[in-house]
Design a protein around this ligand. Structure first.
Ligand code: FAD
Length: 464
């Protein structure tokens, strides 16, 4: 019986355990990608991410075709479509890679049951994280809530696991007769919007596994040496920009891990070593986000600290005026506005500016972090529920290992420090006429501190 590989957020041929297992059967392999019709499905991507996905699928389809595997593209519910496809193809085994998100794992359970009812089996392979959440718990069996001990433990556990076995070659070309890629089929998924707003956005990105691998190689050869000092400056090309590639699994986190360790082995310069270690720990934050989501699945929409859901914690925003000004980059705070324009036009925002823009929305405007996370989910090409939730709850001060409640980024001070020549602000704002400030930074900061202080005093939150 021919095996079927179900691609999701693992759009690559190399280091792909599900594809490798299917090929190892020695039988002709089929492949499928299913776009969920329900926009609320945790497997559905945001608007900007869908544009990136379109091109990533074109690339995957071409590469699979060269290896003799045809990629089928469908829309609907995997639990309904996959059994039907198995019947049509005469397949009895479906291989996929696990996505660490309890909402998705529940859907996978349902899909597995439907397949079983039809006499087929869903084989799930460990991927997505460096270390699976079940293997990264504290000694008492509870999840880590603070990054530093989490990362220390993860690195230790990795030395005890045969992670190198997850570095797998892509199937050789010519292994079977190549099939023909069909770009029209990708078109039928309807990932690109009718209005061509995505054209400018996509000029900033080249999707697909080969480009992701090139980008990583280039970054490790040329960019990472100064990562520690450059990564905070939004006007510089100081970070890897691998986030959409990692979200869609065009590159495996374990491959990034392997190449960082390899670079560290041969690197003598202390400064470059520090940069490599810092880059490594950012990949660790990606794992941390997944482990936290695994332990606290409700945090995608609710603050981990329940007090942040109590009435009075967030301020009313009559007519949605504040939220709209923030979304449009019209708050009058130049660094925030530049970030929101970068997000809108390129589908990405520099990490420091993400923190500043999120702090402005939640602290200065007093708007629930959920609104900001929702907008980021729509606009980011790297929109990722685990990392996005962690980032927002960290800034709002209501999640695990959160920023202390009194840390309120002052956008003007941040701009002076991290965009001292105003290059970033000019790049994204152009020569716009000054916009009147939406709020007084000093007053709104004082009000936010008061709100947070009341929460702390009435409940003891954040005192340890
Ligand atoms: C409010 C807010 C929302 C965010 N939303 C997302 C999101 O939806 N998707 C997303 O991938 N990242 C998100 N981040 C984390 C971070 O901003 C981006 O991962 C980073 O800016 C991507 O750029 P890069 O690839 O050049 O990062 P690099 O600095 O080159 O880091 C390498 C990789 O490490 C991972 N990483 C880095 N920082 C973090 C972090 N803080 N948390 C988790 N993983 C991290 C990413 O996969 C990234 O590609 C968010 C951060 C904040 C503060």
């Amino acid at each position: 019986m021919n095996p079927l590989v179900w691609f999701r957020r693992d759009l690559r041929l190399q280091d792909n355990p599900a594809l490798d297992a299917a090929l190892a059967t020695g039988k002709p392999v089929h492949a499928v990608y299913v776009r969920p019709d329900d926009p609320a499905s945790p497997l559905a991507e945001g608007e900007a991410a869908r544009c990136y996905l379109h091109h990533s699928l074109l690339s995957l389809q071409r590469r699979l075709a060269a290896a003799g595997v045809k990629l089928q593209l469908c829309r609907g519910k995997p639990a309904v479509l996959l059994p039907a496809l198995c019947r049509q193809l005469g397949a009895r085994a479906v291989y996929c890679n696990r996505i660490v998100d309890p909402r998705i794992e529940r859907l996978d359970d349902a899909t597995a049951q439907c397949l079983e009812a039809d006499g087929a089996c869903l084989y799930r392979h460990d991927d997505d994280c460096l270390l699976m959440p079940e293997a990264g718990l504290k000694a008492d069996g509870t999840p880590y809530r603070v990054f530093t001990p989490f990362w220390r433990n993860l690195r230790l556990r990795m030395t005890e696991t045969p992670w190198q076995a997850r570095l797998l070659p892509a199937p050789a070309k010519g292994r079977r007769l190549a099939t023909v890629a069909d770009p029209q089929a990708v078109q039928t998924l309807g990932l690109l919007p009718a209005h061509p707003w995505h054209e400018e956005l996509l000029q900033h990105w080249e999707a697909g596994e080969p480009r992701a691998l090139d980008r990583l190689d280039h970054f490790l050869a040329e960019g990472v040496a100064h990562y520690e000092t450059e990564r905070d400056y939004p006007d510089r090309d100081g970070t890897s920009r691998l986030s959409p590639a990692l979200h869609f699994g065009e590159i495996a986190a374990v491959r990034v891990h392997a190449l960082i360790l390899q670079a560290l082995e041969s690197e003598a310069d202390a400064g470059v070593r520090r940069s490599l270690q810092r880059f490594h720990s950012e990949i660790g934050w990606r794992d941390f986000a997944r482990h936290v989501l695994h332990a606290f699945p409700d945090t995608v929409t609710r603050s981990l600290a329940p007090l942040f859901e109590r009435p009075g914690m967030w301020l009313p925003d009559p007519g949605g005026r504040g939220l709209r000004a923030w979304q449009r980059g019209e708050t009058g705070c130049e660094l925030v506005d530049a970030g929101m324009r970068q997000l809108w036009r390129s589908g990405w925002m520099h990490n420091r500016v993400r923190m500043v823009a999120a702090s402005f929305l939640t602290k200065n405007l007093g708007i629930h972090w959920r609104e900001g996370a929702h907008w980021f989910r729509r606009c980011l090409v790297d929109a990722d529920d685990a990392s996005n939730t962690l980032g927002w709850q960290w800034v709002a001060g209501c999640g695990t290992d959160a920023a202390p409640y009194f840390r309120i980024f002052n956008p003007d001070t941040q701009a002076r420090r991290y965009d001292p020549h105003g290059r970033y602000r000019r790049q994204w704002l152009g020569e716009r006429t000054p916009v009147p400030p939406l709020v007084d930074l000093r007053l709104s900061r004082a009000r936010a501190l008061e709100r947070y202080r009341q929460t702390r005093d009435s409940t003891g939150y954040g005192q340890d």
